[in-house]
Design a protein around this ligand. Structure first.
Ligand SMILES: Cc1cc2nc3c(=O)[nH]c(=O)nc-3n(C[C@H](O)[C@H](O)[C@H](O)COP(=O)(O)OP(=O)(O)OC[C@H]3O[C@@H](n4cnc5c(N)ncnc54)[C@H](O)[C@@H]3O)c2cc1C
Length: 391
């Protein structure tokens, strides 16, 4: 059987995969978006509360990146998926006196306009998006292959062979916390699990809030009740207590599915705590939990996203053995896997970062425009070599 060939294959139909597919579609129709689940946004992208809110703090490279991404991505959603972004603003409330002092020290570094509200700072430009419908809209004209678990990718005769069934001239991996296709030690992703709940209440909330958790603006149902979302928890997995890599994308983990996964799952305690924290923010009457969702955030070791071509560490070290002794080699000379790209490590801000990063990556692929050093895999490779040298 001959393998079908595409210009681009993208593996992973979360917000990272859907945004890069959308960007590349401007240049070719020959794109296939693959996911092992039954639909888009079934990993972290389905669990996310999907708030777009500024990062507060003193100026640094990460904050600058988030600020640029937030401005870009908000406009991107308004332009491309306007029905699914609710630009209702977010009130950020300090947790305690110490947090209040921290907030006060951030005032001179605020990148966005704010006003005082409900004991916190109201950012009018912040929003919340409907992640599932955004992903769905972005890929509406793109060919998809769901229920397709990719277990092998091989580069042969200048093309990528996916499960020996489909061929891509260029391959893009947007697999989130599931990194089993990337056999590189420097590509170190930590899964940080989180839970979010959707509740029905008789209380009406007009803006998003963030204090110890986030509460979204409510949407009116019939019968004078409202639906809103409360999230999220953070569970860092400690070594020796890890979920198998393949378990990281169990779709919308239900209690039944949780029994199949080793450690972290939807927890009744988390649900209780989220409700308690939400009630500390605003009055919420007659709460009924109608959905509980969990997913794994893919976090890099330095919290920056990972975008660009993957470095072939074995080949690079063979070519430059003195790298391990500390001799400097220019990044441009590192050996890259041909036509293989990633967007990963978007952590707890995937909805803020993905559209911006997808734009950067597409311009890199199509126009050869340089990527910011702080987001390429180069830094991770260099860090790994340095660590290996010390040990
Ligand atoms: C509880 C929670 C709350 C969050 N809240 C926010 C928020 O308020 N704002 C915000 O910006 N971000 C938030 N995030 C983070 C955000 O959800 C993520 O950063 C983002 O969704 C990551 O998108 P992704 O496309 O990179 O990964 P994912 O959405 O995880 O997508 C990866 C996809 O790859 C597929 N896949 C993996 N391996 C394979 C394979 N071998 N073959 C085929 N398919 C494969 C998976 O099935 C999955 O669909 C939250 C996350 C969680 C868990």
């Amino acid at each position: 059987m001959t393998e079908k060939e595409y210009d681009y294959i993208i593996i992973g139909a979360g917000i990272s995969g859907c945004t890069i597919a959308h960007e590349l579609k401007k240049h070719t129709d020959s794109i296939l978006l693959i996911d092992k689940n039954i639909d888009v946004a079934q990993g972290a992208s389905g669990a996310a509360g999907a708030f777009l809110s500024p990062l507060l703090g003193k100026a640094n490279k990460f904050k600058d990146l988030v600020t640029d991404a937030l401005k870009y991505s908000t406009q991107f959603y308004l332009d491309n998926t306007s029905e699914y972004i609710d630009k209702c603003g977010t009130v950020r409330i300090p947790k305690d006196q110490k947090d209040q002092e921290k907030f006060d020290s951030y005032i001179e570094h605020m990148d966005f306009e704010y006003t005082a509200k409900d004991g916190g700072y109201f950012f009018e430009n912040a929003s919340v998006v409907d992640g599932y419908n955004i992903c769905k809209t972005l890929i509406k004209d793109i060919q998809t292959q769901f229920n397709f678990d990719v277990h092998t990718i091989k580069y042969k005769n200048n093309v990528w062979h996916i499960n020996n069934q489909i061929i891509a001239k260029k391959l893009i991996l947007t697999t989130g916390a599931n990194t089993k296709l990337i056999d590189e030690k420097y590509f170190n992703i930590r899964a940080v699990w989180g839970q979010r709940i959707v509740v029905e209440t008789t209380s009406c909330i007009n803006v998003n809030y963030h204090k110890e958790c986030s509460v979204s603006r409510s949407i009116k149902n019939n019968k004078n009740t409202y639906t809103l979302s409360i999230g999220a928890t953070h569970h860092r997995l400690v070594e020796g207590n890890e979920i198998h890599k393949d378990d990281t994308n169990i779709p919308k983990m239900t209690k039944e599915l949780c029994t199949q996964c080793s450690n972290v799952c939807i927890s009744a305690d988390d649900t209780k705590n989220l409700i308690k924290k939400a009630k500390d923010i605003t009055e919420l009457e007659d709460i009924k939990v109608i959905n509980e969702l969990a997913g794994a955030r893919a976090c890099s070791v330095d919290y920056f996203p990972i975008v660009g071509e993957l470095i072939d560490s074995k080949k690079t070290i063979e070519e430059f053995p003195y790298l391990v002794n500390g001799t400097n080699v220019q990044d441009e000379r590192f050996s890259k896997f041909d036509n293989l790209y990633v967007i990963n490590g978007v952590g707890g801000r995937g909805y803020v970062l993905a559209p911006y990063l997808a734009k950067q990556l597409s311009q890199y692929i199509i126009k050869d425009e340089k990527l910011y050093d702080i987001i390429t895999p180069n830094r991770l490779f260099k860090r790994w070599v340095k660590k290996a040298r010390k040990s």
